[in-house]
Design a protein around this ligand. Structure first.
Ligand SMILES: Cc1cc2nc3c(=O)[nH]c(=O)nc-3n(C[C@H](O)[C@H](O)[C@H](O)COP(=O)(O)OP(=O)(O)OC[C@H]3O[C@@H](n4cnc5c(N)ncnc54)[C@H](O)[C@@H]3O)c2cc1C
Length: 477
């Protein structure tokens, strides 16, 4: 037995001791399954027969205590640990770039406590998000977290990426839903943040972990707000002459402080491309849908006030049926046959800005892509709305990217670099809910400026051996 094999088998024994022999794997199928997420580049590498970076071991701990043991072993051997939830992330965040251990969280999937006084649920973070919703619904409540990947992503993945669901306009992004978290630190301590999110006892430690993408620890437990299932939820759709008219209507709804649960606006090309194919509305213009939920009388009043605001712009009223149809088909947009796939190259240039900048961000990205990559198609919709602005879910699609994987990677990254820099110049932030991962790490110093040094020093002091998800979020490898 060579020295390397000997060291490996010692490590294997220690991991088996920590989590149980049947919960440590180093078989080739598991390694392959944990080498591709939803990022286009590893899909490309795989498609072209490249050997994607693979983990040595995949471990499946069942408790925070077992996670802590794994972290201590990894520190001792100074080998990387990368948390893995559903592997549905689009940024390469869960890829084991430097091998080591994949820490799969899916066995930590218990709903621990539903507090019907405070309306909160305490749950382990490896739970499938749809399973959590079903468990809560049985008790007459909802998390109100409905992302398109609800069936394939874990709650921990959303916390780690600051993800968002379709009802975010009223109920918030995942970070707005959190009361507190339990985390296993990179050095293997189990800590809890303060139990309520509003206090003046120092800075908000909970927020440090939300969006940390497995680089600062493993989030093992969370207490989330839950909500009564609303008596009524209604939708209405309008078609506007162009995106500017539709944006004015959407922004007016938010500026009037009506509490829509959804506003979604599709630019003209996406209206023509996707709204036509998914909803069968064959019209030119910019499609906008909104919804309200809660007490029925309030819903009707708010709905009428929002319609009134929309009628001030150049519009065609599509009515409630065309709004309801969007809600009924809301996930279809993201799955076959409507989703893009190999050999097409595609990317979601998810960017957020305030109302004063969002239209300029849109045009800057669109013009940059159109002028520099005439073979690319640019489509976009605006999905998560705030009192002050909204998110642009822009996408580029290239039917035939270069076949050579090296060339294709350079080409793909060039589109991202140019489009994202155009957005930053116009006051946009990359990004709103997909996270940074491997894909956008190189742009973090540009986005943050000198403030990125603060993030770097937090990472260095919390993870002295740099074992947690190295190579991600722009941190030093
Ligand atoms: C079809 C489709 C639709 C999508 N729609 C949406 C959408 O509507 N909204 C949205 O926000 N996203 C969406 N996404 C993206 C993706 O689902 C999210 O980014 C989700 O948060 C990833 O969760 P996951 O469990 O799959 O995480 P993974 O992909 O497994 O991991 C993502 C990152 O989180 C880290 N991580 C995972 N668990 C933990 C943990 N417990 N502690 C610390 N770090 C951890 C990983 O190391 C990695 O860096 C979509 C993806 C697909 C494929």
């Amino acid at each position: 037995m060579s020295t390397i094999n000997y060291a490996n088998s010692m490590l294997h024994s220690e991991l088996a001791d920590a989590v149980g022999k049947e919960f440590v794997s180093s078989n080739a199928a598991d390694q392959l399954g944990h080498s591709i997420d939803y990022y286009w580049i590893p899909e490309l590498w795989h498609d072209r027969g490249f050997d994607n970076p693979k983990p040595q071991f995949i471990v499946h701990p069942a408790t925070a205590q077992e996670v802590a043991k794994v972290m201590k072993i990894a520190n001792k051997y100074k080998i990387p640990v990368t948390p893995w939830g559903g592997g549905s992330g689009s940024q390469g965040g869960a890829l084991p770039m430097y091998g080591g251990i994949i820490l799969d969280t899916k066995r930590m999937n218990k709903v621990l406590h539903v507090d019907t006084d405070s309306l909160t649920v305490t749950v382990e973070t490896g739970i499938n998000t749809q399973h959590l919703e079903w468990a809560i619904e049985k008790k007459g409540f909802s998390t109100m977290h409905f992302p398109a990947s609800i069936a394939c992503a874990t709650l921990g993945g959303f916390l780690a990426h600051r993800g968002t669901g379709v009802l975010s306009t009223k109920y918030g992004k995942i970070e707005d839903m959190v009361m507190s978290v339990e985390v296993v630190t990179p050095t293997g301590e189990i800590i809890n943040t303060l139990p309520v999110p509003r206090h003046a006892s120092g800075p908000d430690l909970t927020m440090l972990y939300l969006g940390s993408e497995g680089t600062l620890g493993v989030i093992t437990k969370v207490t989330l707000k839950i909500h009564p299932i609303p008596e009524s939820r209604k939708f209405h759709a309008f078609l506007f002459k162009n995106m500017h008219e539709a944006m004015t209507a959407g922004a007016n709804i938010m500026r009037s402080r009506l509490r829509a649960c959804v506003i979604r606006l599709y630019d003209e090309p996406e209206t023509e491309h996707l709204i036509k194919r998914v909803l069968g509305i064959d019209k030119k213009g910019a499609y906008l849908v909104f919804g309200f939920d809660g007490n029925e009388k309030m819903v009707d009043l708010e709905m009428e006030a929002a319609c009134e605001l929309c009628r001030r712009q150049d519009h065609e009223d599509l009515g409630t049926e065309m709004g309801q149809s969007w809600w009924d088909n809301r996930y279809k947009f993201f799955y076959p046959p409507f989703m893009f796939h190999m050999p097409q190259a595609f990317g979601t240039l998810d960017t957020v800005a305030d109302f004063a900048h969002i239209e300029n961000v849109y045009w800057a990205m669109k013009n940059t892509v159109n002028e520099n990559f005439p073979e690319a198609r640019f489509i976009g919709h605006f999905s998560h709305w705030y009192e002050w602005g909204c998110m642009l879910y822009a996408r580029f699609i290239v039917e035939e990217p270069p076949h050579d994987p090296e060339e294709a990677t350079l080409y793909y990254n060039k589109i991202w670099d140019m489009a994202i820099r155009a957005a930053i110049r116009e006051g946009g932030v990359i990004n709103e809910h997909h996270g940074v991962g491997l894909k956008l790490g190189r742009l973090m110093p540009e986005l943050y400026g000198p403030a990125f040094n603060i993030l770097e020093s937090i990472k260095t002091s919390m993870d002295p051996n740099n074992i947690m998800n190295p190579g991600k979020m722009g941190f030093r490898c």
